[in-house]
Design a protein around this ligand. Structure first.
Ligand code: VGL
Ligand code: ZN
Length: 218
């Protein structure tokens, strides 16, 4: 793995308060991704690489909130007009709340693009590329391709949801896709979802390297 920094994007997925300890949809040790991501993004930007971040950004009453449905709990699934089998969550990452803000320690100086996703009341989005109807594009693919980027290194939250869908789409769109293995943490809902997601990503040809090994390559 040799990295041509000019053709590589570092993509930081959903490092927001609600996904960190104490947040509404806390991922165990979610805040531990911050230090490897800061090391990567600082090194990246100083060498002319691009860094983008995603932000889960839901209106109150969002279709992915269990509280928006009658008699539903976190982990239940519903069919909505736009999405079959939409998983339900606690209210989280409500637009302009502290829970939706990036985690305090995350260094945003190197970040030149922020993609907000899940901002339509009736449509959720896990992936940084396509919303959960699997058709509505976020525009990230066009941004990446217009910059001649062919490799995406990813980290953030959560391994089994937004990182998983982003990485799978990225690979399908033809990019070399690398996960910074110490810079992701999973939700684990349902049980085994992290292991299943990692297996599926590896089977799809997505590579996993620890951030110190990635840093050694550029
Ligand atoms: C996420 C569940 C709901 C994530 C976002 O960032 O992985 N998971 N919304
Ligand atoms: Zn969400």
């Amino acid at each position: 793995m040799d990295i041509d920094i000019k053709k590589t994007l570092l993509l930081i997925i959903d490092v927001q308060n609600d996904f960190c300890p104490g947040g509404a949809l806390a991922v165990k040790d979610g805040n531990c991704v911050v230090s490897p991501l800061n090391a990567l993004s600082g090194a990246f930007a100083s060498k002319g690489g691009r860094v983008a971040a995603t932000q889960d950004w839901h209106p109150a009453g969002h279709v992915s909130f269990a509280s928006s449905h009658v008699n539903k709990r976190t982990g239940d699934c519903v069919d909505t007009p736009l999405v079959k089998d939409q998983m339900l969550w606690p209210d989280h990452c409500v637009q302009r709340t502290n829970g939706a803000a990036f985690y305090d320690g995350l260094d945003l100086k190197p970040v030149s693009l922020i993609i907000r996703k899940g901002f339509r009341e009736d449509l959720d989005s896990y992936s940084a590329f396509f919303e959960n109807d699997r058709k509505t594009a976020t525009g990230l693919e066009g941004w990446i391709k217009s910059l001649n980027i062919n490799t995406v290194i990813m980290g953030g939250l959560a391994t089994d949801y937004c990182v998983f869908y982003s990485a799978m789409d990225c690979k399908i769109l033809g990019m070399n896709t690398i996960i910074a293995s110490d810079a992701v943490k999973g939700a684990g809902i349902p049980e085994n979802s992290v292991e299943d997601a990692v297996t599926a990503m590896k089977n799809a040809g997505i590579e996993f390297f620890p951030s110190n090994e990635i840093l050694d390559r550029f």
